[in-house]
Design a binder for this molecule. Structure first.
Ligand code: AMP
Ligand code: MG
Length: 417
């Protein structure tokens, strides 16, 4: 159950900074979902609900990092070649039990256990084989080309922290330490609505004055990419009489109610009032562009977010407001995306007091340095600005003018979801 307290509403006239909004979310919302067991092979993208520690050393035994010859380093003559007799042979998967290098070398292959008395491996490319003797060059350090037991993770070491969204490499590490199932958070269930009398369902003909509902399919796809179970509840009409009940009904069996459209200050924007009728608002305007009207509230103890209707604004606010909220609900340790510094190829005058995101593409400048070029059309309803750009450039709340050559923060679309 989400714990969204009702006290001290921040519903004021001044738009709220993104950080303040995210901090409010952190304060008011807590982990909402239960845990469930899942096989490791099914855990990609899920959020770990437990700390997984190594039950043994990783790697479990000292082993060769290359194909070659294992030797006790003390036998090597300093500064000149050493000739030693070839002894036993150890391939990957073999046991080194009872195998010793003694005064000779052991033929060894990558991943094979080291003989107990050898700690150094010569690469096969670096030696000369002369009958049953091996000529070893000087200069190799003790311990070279040998991987030590526990050097990756020592026994008891933390391999997966609780709250980690599991990536393929996490699964590999868990498997390597012998974990084959783990406890993860249940998937969040998000109720998704579009709002607007002008919206037409996909597959229906356009009547005069209507447009197709493009937000819902985008928002649903973005949410699914982060493992959310999306419950598509269709289009809500701009009808103050029915909106409150529809939103309240959705609160019953979902972890978050998400809408787009209808949250500005226009006469036909009824979502805000509907939320206030059946719940309460926490904030409704953010200092962010595109996306200033973003409503967040609580309906029957469940969080609600009303995104702006313009597609680019919906995209940006889903990323910067809903993404941290989902992480909080799901018990995910959220690592905000980090903007990469790139050189601006444009000059742009912005208003102070709000964060602004421009759609940009990367290209090589005349000097061979990567630079961000602004998409030529600014409109926040412009879907091609999302499909034809590489990502978002972030212009800070202050700094009213960005000039050509300045460094701006860049978020690639590809790494955001
Ligand atoms: P609103 O936030 O309701 O004032 O809508 C702002 C703009 O976004 C209007 O031009 C709407 O027609 C458009 N819009 C709202 N919802 C959607 C949607 N689901 N798909 C495409 N455009 C939308
Ligand atoms: Mg509308």
């Amino acid at each position: 159950m989400a714990q969204l307290s009702n006290d001290c509403f921040a519903v004021g006239e001044a738009p709220m900074a993104i950080e303040e909004a995210v901090a409010l979310i952190e304060q008011r919302v807590s982990v909402t979902v239960e845990s469930e067991p899942v096989a490791l092979g099914q855990a990609d993208g899920r959020i770990s609900a437990e700390n997984i520690c190594a039950t043994g050393d990783l790697p479990p035994f000292n082993n060769a990092a290359v194909d070659g010859y294992a030797v006790r380093h003390a036998l090597l003559a300093p500064g000149r070649e050493t000739v030693l007799r070839l002894g036993a042979r150890l391939a990957a998967g073999a046991s080194a039990e009872g195998v010793l290098a003694g005064d000779g070398v052991v033929r060894i292959f990558t991943g094979a256990p080291m003989p107990r008395d050898a700690e150094t491996v010569f690469m096969q490319e670096d030696v000369r084989v002369e009958g049953d003797h091996i000529v070893l060059p000087p200069g190799l350090k003790a311990g070279a080309n040998c991987r030590l037991a526990g050097e990756d993770v020592p026994r008891g070491g933390l391999v997966i922290p609780e709250g980690r969204r599991l990536r393929p490499q996490d699964l590999a590490l868990a498997a390597a330490v012998g974990c084959d199932a783990l406890t993860v958070r249940r998937r969040l269930r998000v109720a998704l609505f579009s709002t607007g009398d002008e919206l037409t369902e996909l597959g229906s003909p356009l009547r005069p004055g209507t447009i197709r509902d493009s937000n819902r399919v985008m928002l649903a796809a973005l949410l699914r990419r982060i493992g959310v179970e999306v419950v598509d509840l269709g289009i809500l009409r701009d009808d103050p009489a029915t909106l409150p009940a529809r939103l309240a009904a959705a609160a019953a069996d979902h972890d978050l109610i998400l809408t787009s459209g209808g949250v500005s200050a226009g006469e036909e924007d009824h979502v805000k009032a509907a939320v206030e009728a059946v719940g309460s608002l926490v904030f409704w305007r953010l200092a962010i562009r595109p996306g200033r009207p973003v409503a967040m509230g609580l309906i029957d103890h469940k969080p609600f977010v009303g995104l702006p209707g313009n597609p680019v604004a919906a995209y940006v606010t889903l990323l910067f407001v809903v993404r941290p909220l989902l992480a909080r609900l799901a018990g995910e340790t959220f690592v905000p995306p980090m903007a990469q510094p790139v050189r601006s190829a444009f000059t742009f005058r912005k208003r102070a007091g709000r964060r602004e995101f421009l759609r940009v593409s990367l290209a090589l400048g005349a000097d061979g340095v990567i630079e961000a070029r602004k998409f030529p059309k600014d409109g926040t309803g412009m879907l091609t600005s999302l499909t034809e750009s590489d990502g978002l450039a972030e212009l800070p709340d202050g700094a009213p003018i960005v000039s050509e050559g300045d460094i701006v923060g860049f978020y690639p679309h590809a790494t955001l979801w």
